[in-house]
Design a protein around this ligand. Structure first.
Ligand code: SF4
Ligand code: SF4
Length: 271
């Protein structure tokens, strides 16, 4: 019988919730007959940090990585673009899988690391509604019940998920922002801004350093230097910038003379 689709509703209603100290039994490895079966015919959503890690691992420009290895299906019902790893159109296999396993293992995406766990995150966490993990069981995956039992926290440590979670925090905040519930739609130029800030790190760096951007905002020198050379700093800054540019939040400070000039221009227009 085929697997029943794992919808958000099913996760919340039916699946056992796992806390960080809960135990599950699972093992993955090349000796299993299902080895790399999970790397085909699958939708892998990439976070900005996933894109950054893969881009650098492959030595590509971010725009080149996005063009070669991702798709971003976008429908009018969708409020924000989502980036997916592009599977081979014929074999439906991930471009990075080989007979030896994952060729980008050190930089594999969050979704590949966390599997067979999933993570459910409520929009507004509270005492009753906390994030939880759950176990994804798919017929093709034969690792369940194999190996030594381990706690969820051990698994996430072994898979190097902490760095991804840390870098993903500000992106999650952006995606779960109340803005999307209120009006929630962005005009094309702001959608492009969102896409660049989240995924096209090299284009975003050019936007910061090759335009008048630094003339407009108060950013101390040490941070400017960090943004120049440190991709993670830049990605974090991009999330801040997007909250400013898309939602009008005061996450950046406009320089005083720029504010003054704008005030005068607005007053002149009103006269
Ligand atoms: S055990 Fe599951 S995760 Fe590991 S290779 Fe097999 S299908 Fe993939
Ligand atoms: S990135 Fe690696 S682990 Fe993830 S689907 Fe591709 S080959 Fe498999």
């Amino acid at each position: 019988m085929p697997d029943t689709p794992l919808t958000a509703d099913r996760v919340v209603r039916e699946l056992p919730r796992l806390g960080r100290d809960d135990v599950f039994t699972f093992r993955c490895g090349p000796d299993l007959d299902c080895f790399t079966r999970c790397c085909q015919d699958v939708s892998i959503v990439l976070t900005p940090y996933d894109v950054l890690r893969l881009t650098r691992a492959l030595g590509l420009e971010s725009s080149e990585f996005l063009e070669r290895h991702t798709i971003s299906p976008f429908t009018p019902e969708q409020k924000i673009p989502v980036v997916l790893l592009r599977m081979d159109p014929e074999t439906k296999r991930c471009p990075f899988v080989s007979k030896d396993g994952c060729d980008v293992y050190r930089d594999r995406p969050w979704a590949c690391r966390v599997y067979p766990l999933g993570l459910a995150e409520p929009k507004h966490p509270s005492a009753e509604q906390q994030p939880f993990h759950f176990l994804v069981r798919e017929d093709f995956c034969h690792g369940h019940g194999c190996g030594a039992p381990r706690m969820v926290r051990q698994w996430t440590e072994e898979q190097g998920i902490e760095a991804y979670d840390m870098m993903g925090r500000s992106f999650t905040d952006l995606m779960l922002h109340d803005f999307w519930d209120r009006d929630g739609s962005l005009p094309p130029e702001k959608l492009a801004m969102y896409f660049t800030g989240c995924y096209d790190i090299d284009a975003f760096r050019r936007f910061v350093f090759d335009t008048r951007f630094l003339d407009l905002f108060e950013i101390d020198e040490a941070r400017v230097e960090a943004l120049r050379s440190d991709d993670q700093e830049l990605l974090d800054f991009a999330m801040q910038w997007l909250r400013f540019a898309l939602f009008g939040e005061k996450t950046l400070r406009v320089k005083r003379p720029v504010m003054e000039a704008r005030r005068q221009a607005t007053a002149a227009e009103a006269r």
